[in-house]
Design a protein around this ligand. Structure first.
Ligand SMILES: [Zn+2]
Length: 472
């Protein structure tokens, strides 16, 4: 996510108000079966492994908060589960089935849980369907004056209505029943039916677009690699889809399909940054290893929201349609979308790496990297600092997560040199593409791959209560 400029002007004034709003949500006891995230202790169910979500959604009135559909979850368990507990703030549930048979359930919108009264043992797999219709739920952003999750952009005289997702950290539960924690990534099949004239876009590769009854269209996307729930992109808009030549930076040199989605009536120049996407993929894959997904591009949206690294399709507001933000969100495809968080407290593993990518890109353009690092250091020095593992929700997207996180990686780089640092970044992606990562994992990876000096350099930056000296 790229939000600092927005936050700098607004957050100080709004933070206290918003925190009161968040705290006023109905209390829910922390149950033994939640995942136990240190920032969001109510999210998720421990031991639940959702392998696949198959979505069949209808957006009949774009620009509103109405949504209906059926979600089919393929679930397994890593420990005996007495019931299934999904995160769901969304529309009213009409029916639930378990392996094809009707199953008893309880929807508690205040607590944000949908409980299904069926048990599951390790080694078993079940297919669960949830049919729902109505108005999506609300989840205020941790610090910005907006709700996360399903976004409704009402039609005005100039533009038609539109919808899109903006779900970090836990907004997907506003419209889908999910195990809404990044430590349980899953694959997705997303099928969306929209009215005539509209286009749906979603994470993954589009595999089908077919006429729907009533003149609309149904679009189907396959997201074949697991992604965290918050990274699911879903857009309904009067988009123009623009295809570009594929970029051979996938696994084994595989082609990564390139498509971007633009609404009509964009200000002049908005599309310019996106003509650089292929170059960005090439530079970043040189440092991070093969691009982890089969397609990549951006979907531009008109509201003034933060940019978000939705998987295979970054969500980019008009005003952040510049190459620096594009680089940042593209880097998150590796760091956040493929290497997923084990706990929200470690969000600097997303933001520090994505910010660092801005330096790697700038240096590839011939810019003075040392000046950028000094600028970061000055900025970090003007802000409150803390150890990198966040202790509260308000710390998640602060300057420390982004800038001190990036400086921590610079400390490793200057200790070992560029070649070893490149291998280290690639090794991190390779080792943690299929298991959630925590800060302790990165420290262990650093020692294993680079030795004790590099680990000590990183540890100073992760743990010191004060700002360590500029890495030079
Ligand atoms: Zn970010």
């Amino acid at each position: 996510m790229s939000r600092p400029s927005f936050c700098a002007s607004l957050c100080a004034a709004l933070l206290s108000v918003l925190l009161v709003g968040a705290g006023a949500q109905p209390a829910s006891p922390v149950t033994a079966q939640s995942i136990g995230d240190s920032i969001y202790p109510r999210l998720g169910q421990a031991g639940l492994d959702v392998r696949h979500y198959a979505l069949d959604l209808n957006v009949d009135r774009p620009g509103t908060s109405e949504l209906s559909g059926v979600v089919t979850l393929t679930v397994g368990a890593t420990r005996p589960l007495p019931l299934l507990s999904l995160d769901f703030l969304g529309p009213a549930v009409a029916a639930v089935t378990w392996n094809g048979q009707p199953a008893p359930y309880r929807q508690d919108r205040a607590a944000g849980k949908l409980s299904i009264q069926r048990s599951l043992r390790p080694g078993e797999q079940a297919t669960v369907t949830v049919r729902f219709a109505g108005t999506v739920g609300r989840r205020p952003d941790p610090e910005l004056p907006l709700d996360v999750g399903w976004q409704a952009v009402a039609a005005d005289g100039k533009r038609p209505g539109a919808n899109f997702t903006l779900s970090e950290p836990d907004g997907t539960r506003t419209f889908l029943p999910v195990n809404d924690h990044p430590s349980d990534p899953a694959t997705f099949t997303t099928r969306v039916t929209v009215p005539a004239g509209y286009v749906a876009a979603a994470s993954g590769v589009q595999v089908l677009a077919q006429a729907a009854p009533g003149g609309g269209q149904t679009f189907t996307f396959e997201q074949a690699q697991p992604i965290p729930t918050y990274a699911l992109a879903l857009h309904v808009n009067r988009f123009e889809r623009q295809d570009s030549p594929a970029v051979p930076v996938g696994v084994g040199g595989a082609a990564v399909a390139r498509r971007d989605y633009f609404p009509s009536d964009l200000p002049d120049g908005t599309r310019d940054a996106y003509t650089r996407t292929g170059e960005v993929l090439t530079v970043l894959s040189g440092w991070f290893g093969p691009f982890p997904f089969g397609a990549y591009g951006s979907a531009v949206v008109t509201p003034g929201i933060p940019a978000l690294e939705t998987a295979t399709l970054s969500t980019m507001p008009v005003r952040a349609s510049n190459v620096r933000v594009l680089v940042h969100e593209t880097a998150h495809q590796w760091f956040g979308d493929r290497v997923v968080l084990g706990d929200w407290a470690d969000v600097w593993l997303n933001e520090g790496f994505a910010t660092y990518a801005e330096l790697l890109w700038a240096q590839a353009q011939g810019e003075d990297g040392a000046a950028i690092v000094r600028g970061w250091y000055d900025r970090a020095g003007r802000s409150p600092t803390r150890p990198l593992v966040a202790a509260s929700e308000r710390q998640l997207f602060d300057t420390t997560s982004y800038i001190r996180g990036a400086l921590a990686l610079q400390a490793v780089r200057v200790t070992v040199g560029d070649a070893a640092f490149q291998a280290y970044l690639r090794g991190w992606v390779a080792a943690f593409s299929d298991r959630p990562a925590r800060t302790a994992d990165l420290l262990a990876h650093t020692r294993r791959q680079l030795g004790a000096d590099a680990e000590a350099a990183l540890r100073l930056w992760t743990e010191s209560p004060t700002l360590p000296p500029l890495p030079e």
